[in-house]
Design a protein around this ligand. Structure first.
Ligand code: ADP
Length: 611
C-alpha cells in the first residue's frame, strides 16, 4: 500500500509517498526556511529548488498536490500518516484522526508549543485536500508510554506535577521502536527476549532502554531538552544553572529558551556550529573546542549506556542510529570502546567499514567474542510512520461492513496420541481410522475414542484426532477439568511441559498412564501468511477478537494467540465453555477487532516457546 507521510516542523516540511512494506519512496518533498519571507524554497525528488509560499499552511496547500501529481502512474494513495511530536498521556499508539482526536491533539499544544501546532497544520491541510483518505497520527512519545512510574516521575511537589502534567514523556519513539525491531530481526530473536539500548544520535539525540520490546527508560524528558548533548540543545544540566543565569544575567524566559534550545549543545561547545562533520574535521586539525565537544558528546552517551544496562540488569544489543550514529565511526569508537565489562567487544575494522542503507539497514561492529551485539542500524521514521498508517488503514477496512470475518470453530474435548500410545490403547500395529476430515488441512477426527480417568471422575467417548503426533496431548475445557478433578494450565498446542498427567482407557481394558499432557487449549487463530498480512498480524501475536455477532451474546475475547503457517486454513478455535459463553452456532464468524498495543503488553506476560 502506498502511504503519504507528512512531517511538518516549525520551519520545514518533509513529505514522501512510500510503499509501506519496503519503505521505498516513489516521490519526495522537502521545503525549508519556511517563515523566512523571500527565502522559503522547496524541492521535489531532490530536483532544482523553487520558491514556495512562506506560511506553513499555504505552503502545504501548494506543495502537497504538486508532489502527489508527480507520483508514478498506477500508484494510488492508501492513507496519510502524520508525524505528531507530542501525544501527552492520552495517546499511547497511532490513532486515526477524527474530530474528537483533533480536539484532543489541540489540547496538547502547551506540552509542545513549537512542534504540535506545525504538525496540526499538516493534518488540517491534508484533510482538506484528501478528505476521503484515512489520516493517522503517529506520535514520537507513544513508544515511551510504557515507562514505569519510577522512571517517568520527577521529584517535584505533587501539586505542580498534577497541574502541569509534568512527567517524562520521551521522544524519537518512532525511531527507537523501529531500530530496536530491525536489530531483533537481524539477530533472529524475538524482541520480547532482548534487552536493547538504542542511541538515536542525529540533530536531536536521545537514548532508550528497550526491555523485552518495551521502552522502560529514555533520555529526553517532558520536553526534548533533557538528556544527551545535541546539535543545539544542552541536554542534562544542573537546574541550579538556570536559576543562576536568571539571577545573574537577568535572562527572560524567551532568552533562556533560546540559549538552551538553540545556542547550546555541539554548537555552544564547538563554536563552529552544530554539524558533527565540521566538528570532526576541525578537531582533526587540532581545534581544542571541537575536540572537547566530541569528548563531552560521547561521554554522555557512554554514561547513559552504563545507566541503562544497570536499569535492565544487563544488555543484549546496543544500537547506533540517525545522522551521527549511522555515519560517524569516530563518535561510535569513542562511545563503544572499553565496554568489555558489559560483555561488549568493539571491532575497530568493522566499525570503520560499517555502512547502512535502506537495502542493508544493519551492520555489526562487535567482534566474534562479544556477548553483546553492537549494531549500526539505519533509521527511517517515514517508513515507520507509513507502516503504522497502513496497519490502521487495514484495520479500518476490516471493521467496515465488507471487512473479512474469521470462521470460529468450537473444539470439543479431544486427544492427540503418539503411535506408541495408539498401539498401547488399541493393540499392537493398530492404525487410527479416519471418521471425517477436520477443517485444518490433513487433520481428521478418528473413529476411535478413549476414556479419560481423572482423580475424581471419568469422561467417556473422548474423540481421538489424527494423524498420530510426536506428543500425547489431552485438550479439555475448564468445566471438564472440574469434573475430572484436576487443574491444567492454559497452553498452546504442543506446549505440554509440566502439565498434569491422566489415565487413558482404550479398548479391551487397555490403559496408558500419561505422565503429562492435559491442557486447556489457548484460544487461537490459524491463518496463512497471506491472511496474516491482510489482518496486519504476525505469528505469536496476541489479539482481541469479537465473536457472537447477532447471537445477542457478543463476547470480546482477549488473549487470542495468532498461529501462522502456509499449512493452515483461516479459523479461530475456542473450547466449548468459550463457545457457550458467546452462544455460538456452527457457522459463527469472528471479526478481528484490534491488534497492536494490547497485543504487545499481554505478550510479555505469556512466555511462549513455539512447541
Ligand atoms: P535530523 O533528522 O534529526 O535532522 P539526522 O539524523 O539527519 O538529523 O542527523 C543530522 C546530523 O548527523 C548532522 O547534524 C550531522 O552532524 C550528522 N552527520 C551526518 N553525516 C555525518 C557524518 N558522515 N559524520 C559525522 N556526522 C554526520
Amino acid at each position: 500500500m502506498h502511504i503519504l507521510v507528512v512531517n511538518c516542523g516549525s520551519s520545514s516540511i518533509k513529505a514522501a509517498v512510500l510503499d509501506h512494506k519496503s519503505g521505498a519512496p516513489v516521490v519526495e518533498l522537502r521545503a525549508e526556511r519556511l517563515g523566512e519571507e523571500g527565502k522559503s524554497e522547496a524541492r521535489i525528488n531532490g530536483g532544482e529548488p523553487f520558491a514556495c509560499k512562506t506560511e506553513i499552511r499555504s505552503a502545504l496547500a501548494e506543495l502537497l498536490p504538486k508532489m502527489v501529481e508527480q507520483m508514478p502512474e498506477g500508484v494510488e494513495l492508501g492513507g496519510i500518516g502524520h508525524r505528531m511530536v507530542h501525544g501527552g498521556e492520552k495517546f499511547d499508539g497511532p490513532v486515526r484522526v477524527d474530530e474528537e482526536v483533533l480536539e484532543d491533539l489541540r489540547a496538547l499544544t502547551p506540552l509542545a508549543p513549537l512542534h504540535n501546532p506545525a504538525n496540526l497544520a499538516g493534518i488540517d491541510v491534508a484533510r482538506d485536500l484528501y478528505p476521503d483518505l484515512c489520516h493517522v497520527a503517529v506520535f514520537d512519545t507513544a513508544f515511551h508510554s510504557t515507562l514505569p512510574r519510577r522512571a517517568r516521575t520527577y521529584a517535584l511537589p505533587e501539586e505542580l506535577v498534577k497541574k502541569h502534567n509534568i512527567r517524562k514523556y520521551g521522544f524519537h519513539g518512532t525511531s527507537h521502536a523501529y531500530v530496536a525491531s530491525k536489530a531483533a530481526e537481524h539477530l533472529g530473536e524475538d524482541i520480547r527476549n532482548l534487552r536493547i539500548i538504542t542511541c538515536h544520535l542525529g540533530s536531536g539525540c536521545s537514548m532508550a532502554a528497550v526491555e523485552y520490546g518495551r521502552s522502560i527508560e529514555t533520555s529526553m524528558g517532558m520536553t526534548p531538552l533533557e538528556g544527551l548533548v545535541m546539535g543545539t540543545r544542552s541536554g542534562d544540566l544542573d537546574p541550579g544553572i538556570l536559576l543562576h543565569l536568571m539571577r545573574e544575567e537577568g535572562l527572560s524566559v524567551d532568552e533562556l529558551d533560546r540559549v538552551l534550545n538553540r545556542d547550546s549543545g555541539l554548537k555552544g561547545l564547538s563554536g563552529v556550529g552544530n554539524d558533527m562533520r565540521d566538528i570532526e574535521q576541525r578537531a582533526c586539525e587540532g581545534d581544542e573546542r571541537c575536540r572537547m565537544a566530541m569528548q563531552v558528546f560521547s561521554h554522555h552517551v557512554r554514561k547513559y549506556i552504563g545507566a541503562y544496562a544497570a536499569v535492565m540488569g544487563g544488555v543484549d544489543a546496543i544500537v547506533f542510529t540517525a545522522g551521527i550514529g549511522e555515519n560517524s565511526e569516530v563518535i561510535r569508537h569513542r562511545i563503544a570502546q572499553r565496554l568489555d565489562f558489559l560483555g561488549a567487544r568493539f571491532d575497530e575494522e568493522r566499525n570503520r567499514d560499517a555502512e547502512v542503507s535502506r537495502e542493508n539497514p544493519v551492520a555489526e561492529i562487535h567482534n566474534r567474542r562479544s556477548r553483546v551485539s553492537l549494531l549500526v542500524v539505519a533509521t527511517d521514521e517515514l517508513h515507520a510512520i507509513a507502516q503504522h498508517t497502513a496497519h490502521l488503514v487495514q484495520e479500518r477496512d476490516l471493521t467496515r461492513s465488507e471487512g473479512r470475518t474469521i470462521p470460529v470453530a468450537v473444539s470439543a474435548r479431544h486427544v492427540h496420541l503418539t503411535q506408541e500410545t495408539v498401539e498401547a490403547l488399541f493393540g499392537e500395529g493398530y492404525q487410527l481410522k479416519e471418521l471425517r476430515p477436520l477443517s485444518q488441512p490433513g487433520q481428521y477426527a478418528c473413529e476411535e475414542t478413549v476414556t479419560l480417568v481423572g482423580p475424581k471422575r471419568k469422561l467417556e467417548h473422548v474423540r481421538v484426532l489424527g494423524p498420530a503426533r510426536n506428543l500425547n496431548q489431552v485438550e479439555v475445557s475448564r468445566t471438564d477439568e472440574f469434573y475430572l478433578g484436576l487443574d491444567s494450565p492454559v497452553r498452546a498446542s504442543g506446549d505440554v511441559a509440566n502439565t498434569p498427567g491422566i489415565m487413558l482407557e482404550g479398548t479391551e481394558g487397555r490403559k496408558v498412564e500419561l505422565k503429562q499432557g492435559v491442557i486447556c487449549a489457548w484460544r487461537h487463530i490459524h491463518m496463512t501468511p497471506d491472511d496474516a498480512e491482510y489482518f496486519g498480524v504476525e505469528d505469536k501475536d496476541i489479539v482481541e477478537v469479537e465473536v457472537g455477532h447477532g447471537t445477542g451474546r457478543r463476547v470480546i475475547f482477549g488473549d487470542v494467540l495468532i498461529r501462522v503457517s502456509p499449512k493452515y486454513k483461516l479459523e479461530m478455535h475456542i473450547d466449548t465453555d468459550e463457545g457457550n459463553a458467546a452462544e455460538l452456532s456452527r457457522s459463527s464468524e469472528g471479526a478481528l477487532i484490534s491488534t497492536e498495543g494490547i497485543a504487545r503488553l499481554r505478550h510479555r506476560r505469556v512466555r511462549y516457546d513455539h512447541g
